[in-house]
Ligand binder design. Structure first.
Ligand code: SAM
Length: 234
């Protein structure tokens, strides 16, 4: 497997002690990362991409977005150990539904074990396979539209996932795309990194789509320097 979905390298501006300290401060005050989430995070170590899950404050942010948007149906591209998925499953509530797409069966197995431990397995559907194909199947099954989509799989395919998200949502839905700053590499139009091009192409497509209203937020913290796009479907 190539590393096309791996997080941005953090060698240019290594996460400082201060960034970690601030993450720890908020994680220990504002957030609700309980033992189940802590264990889910730790279990990422046995997946194909250790340490690639969102940070606790980002998980809490995604959870708040679900609640602010009153979302009951969430679609996620890229499950890993299911850390972000658990935040989503808790946020949608017991009548909500989360579909998460993962290419690696071993990662999906780790995630499903975490879902059972978290007591949310009944509201999560994990679909194993290339996310583009799984999303195409959801489209041909004419599933109910999703209220929020989180794109966090292989970055070169971001434009494919955005197109699928547009097919699988409705006006008023929210689309979030992770890892769009990549240590600042996003501004380099000559980058040889296909992940950077995946981000830049998705930005172009958002700009060209009058249905979408979007912004991007840079983040620093224990995951280094990165950020996310938040798009609202008018
Ligand atoms: N969303 C997770 C979280 O925050 O806890 C992290 C996801 S991790 C950054 C990316 C995941 O996408 C990995 O588990 C990887 O195996 C998966 N992935 C990579 N390419 C994929 C593809 N083509 N289809 C589906 N999943 C893919």
């Amino acid at each position: 497997m190539d590393d096309s979905e791996s997080p941005a390298p953090t060698n240019r501006y290594p996460a400082s002690d201060e960034w970690h300290a601030v993450d720890r401060y908020f994680a220990s005050t504002l957030l609700e990362e309980d033992g189940v989430l802590t264990e889910a995070r730790r279990s990422g170590a046995v997946t194909t991409m250790p340490n690639a899950e969102v940070a606790a404050n980002q998980g809490a942010f995604l959870s708040l977005l679900v609640k602010i948007a009153d979302a009951e149906r969430v679609l996620e591209f890229g499950t890993l150990a299911g850390y972000s998925t658990i935040w989503f499953a808790r946020a949608v509530g017991e009548n909500g539904h989360v579909v998460t797409l993962e290419i690696e069966p071993d990662n999906a197995a780790v995630a499903e074990s975490n879902f059972r431990t978290a007591g949310v397995a009944d509201r999560i559907e994990t679909i194993i396979g290339p996310a583009a194909e799984s999303a195409a199947q959801l489209m041909s099954d004419c599933v109910e539209p999703f209220d929020l989509v989180f794109i966090d799989a292989d970055k070169p395919n971001n434009p494919v996932y955005l197109a699928a998200a547009l097919d699988l949502t409705r006006p008023g839905s929210v689309i979030v795309i992770d890892n769009v700053v990549r240590d600042g590499a996003v501004v380099d139009s000559d980058s040889a990194d296909p992940r950077v091009h995946g981000v830049r192409r998705v930005v172009e497509e958002i700009v060209a789509n009058p249905e979408l209203e979007a912004t991007a937020l840079q983040t620093v913290g224990e995951k280094g320097w990165d950020g996310l796009i938040i798009a609202f479907r008018r």
